[in-house]
Design a protein around this ligand. Structure first.
Ligand SMILES: O=P(O)(O)OC[C@H]1O[C@H](OP(=O)(O)OP(=O)(O)O)[C@H](O)[C@@H]1O
Ligand SMILES: O=c1[nH]c(=O)c2nc[nH]c2[nH]1
Length: 195
């Protein structure tokens, strides 16, 4: 998605630890005009699919999931990383190692909001080592719902997540795939853009 790649080149900052900082428009401050375009692009890419629910994981996936869900006119469910008094009764759980928090969470989704008969699209802002998507896919499997595919805004293609998810046979659509990024020079190479 050219608009997104241009914005990453303009405002993205490469940090130590293979972190691409895009918090000025994607996952802290959020550019809602860009989000609307992202929502439309996922709708275009998954136009052939029957989807009745979007599943994401807090925190950074939620905003993106909402604009995608608005395109499909379906609800969003987000996996919670901490138990709250609001969730009573039966839950699906899975372990997810958070990329930026550096700890493992027992994610939870209420059984009330996901189950057999649901056709689920996973949405998240980043794909790095694949832990978040693997945890969400495990929750979908436990629920008996059908996993239609996964939509990612930025995939870091030099990390293992994309290969893991594709090798499981999950349809994965990433709007921008970063094949390499150089902290010293600030250079970002996107898949498909190589000279
Ligand atoms: O492919 P992975 O290695 O799982 O990395 C991707 C995940 O990492 C981030 O979550 P994180 O928990 O770091 O931060 P957040 O709370 O801002 O969503 C991001 O939002 C994805 O969910
Ligand atoms: O802002 C972010 N930058 C990243 O590089 C990343 N990887 C996983 N999650 C991430 N979030």
């Amino acid at each position: 998605m050219q608009l997104l790649k241009d914005r990453i080149r303009k405002d993205g900052k490469i940090k130590a630890g293979n972190v691409l900082k895009v918090d000025s428009f994607l996952n802290h401050q959020m550019d809602t005009d860009l989000f609307v375009e992202i929502g439309k692009e996922f709708k275009r890419r998954f136009a052939d699919c029957e989807i009745n629910k979007i599943l994401t994981i807090e925190a950074s996936g939620i905003g993106i999931a909402c604009v995608v869900a608005q395109q499909f006119h379906v609800p969003v469910v987000f996996a919670k990383k901490t138990q709250t008094k609001n969730i009573a009764g039966d839950v699906y759980t899975s372990k997810v190692e958070s990329y930026t928090h550096g700890r493992v969470y027992d994610i939870i989704v209420s059984k009330e909001f996901l189950g057999k008969g649901d056709k689920v699209l996973l949405i998240d802002d980043f794909l790095a080592n694949g832990k978040a998507l693997e945890g969400l896919a495990a929750v979908v499997e436990e629920s008996g719902a059908e996993l239609v595919g996964a939509g990612i805004v930025i995939e870091k293609g030099f990390q293992v997540g994309g290969d893991i998810i594709r090798s499981k046979g999950i349809r994965l659509e990433s709007l921008a795939i970063v094949d390499s990024m150089d902290e010293e020079t600030g250079t970002i190479v996107f898949r498909g853009d190589e000279a």
